[in-house]
Design a protein around this ligand. Structure first.
Ligand code: PMV
Length: 303
């Protein structure tokens, strides 16, 4: 049996913050990666319906839900209300892995391809959808989702691609608890107001960014892994860790990781670990402790 003809296809990368979460809110740089695991969209003739079987999610451009309104924003911008979309989503939602931006990029790319629209129109459609999903987002997720590779992100400068000498495998562990970015950012803000030392911790996190960038440029995986540990200690000092995050971080280290840290806002969400040669041991340890995880690649952006 043949299904409806595919009119367009698009892929959006998932995102990991390697170092700099929370500090980036205070104008420090962060390093983020568009990873190999992401979301693929397939566009067929239709009337603005979306299905994401992996998330048990269906939406329509006119249903008034958040996802429906995001979809509507993309389809309006690209004059593509006469398409349906089916998404393959191995990337988990609400874990701080940029799933909404990956979804927006995948849908906008598939729609732009189907309608012969420009990359600029596609980017505008993604920005419209991210505004629906996140209010006034920094743009880090959308840049990672559309460009891939690793980038230095600063609010004032946006995304600057950085070189990566050697592709590397990252273990991603899932706490199973959704993270709440605005609550965590507000908590850190309160801590910073009451405790001047917290401001110094944020500045120190910012200082790790150029060091991590150098480690990527020269292929120093050990150095980058150790920076993950330092970054995690600083984030824990800001009280954005959680018991599940600590179990994942300590489990990864016990299974042979060089370093591990929370990624994204914290409180829940995901943990990343660098464990060359021990990636499967890390996943097995996490599974034994009751947590899912997956492996993904980070590499330099394609020229
Ligand atoms: O929403 P997440 O989990 O990807 O985290 C965002 C990173 C923060 O620095 C905590 C917030 C921000 O707006 O940059």
């Amino acid at each position: 049996m043949t299904g409806p003809a595919t009119l367009g296809r698009g892929f959006g990368h998932g995102k990991l913050i390697l170092v700099g979460e929370h500090a980036v809110v205070y104008d420090q740089p962060a390093l983020a990666a568009g990873i190999s695991v992401g979301i693929t969209a397939q566009a067929t003739a239709g009337d603005g319906a979306l299905s994401v079987p992996a998330w048990s999610l269906s939406a329509r451009a006119d249903d008034g839900t958040t996802v429906g309104r995001g979809l509507d924003a993309i389809l309006k911008r690209l004059a593509a209300r006469d398409l349906d979309f089916r998404l393959e989503a191995p990337l988990p939602a609400r874990a701080g892995l940029g799933s909404s931006a990956a979804m927006a990029v995948a849908i906008a790319r598939a729609a732009a391809q189907a309608r012969g629209r420009s990359a600029a129109d596609e980017a505008a459609a993604v920005a419209d959808a991210e505004a629906v999903f996140h209010g006034s987002p920094s743009g880090i997720d959308a840049a990672a989702a559309s460009l891939g590779g690793v980038g230095r992100f600063r609010r004032a400068d946006g995304w600057q691609a950085v070189p990566v000498l050697q592709a590397m495998t990252i273990c991603v562990g899932l706490t199973g608890r959704p993270r709440d970015t605005s609550a965590q950012v507000a908590n850190v803000g309160r801590l910073r107001e009451r405790t001047p030392a917290a401001g110094k911790v944020l500045a120190l996190i910012g200082e790790l960014c150029p060091v991590a960038e150098h480690a990527l440029a020269v292929g120093d995986i050990d150095g980058l892994g150790r920076l993950f540990d330092v970054a995690h200690g600083l984030l824990a000092a800001l009280r954005v860790s959680s018991p599940e995050i600590e179990t994942l971080v300590h489990g990864a280290r016990a299974a042979g990781a060089i370093g591990a840290k929370l990624t994204g806002a914290g409180g829940g969400g995901a943990v990343i670990a660098l464990a060359p040669g021990h990636e499967k041991d890390v996943l097995a340890r996490w599974r034994r402790d009751g947590f899912d995880g997956f492996l993904t690649e980070i590499a330099g952006a394609r020229p």
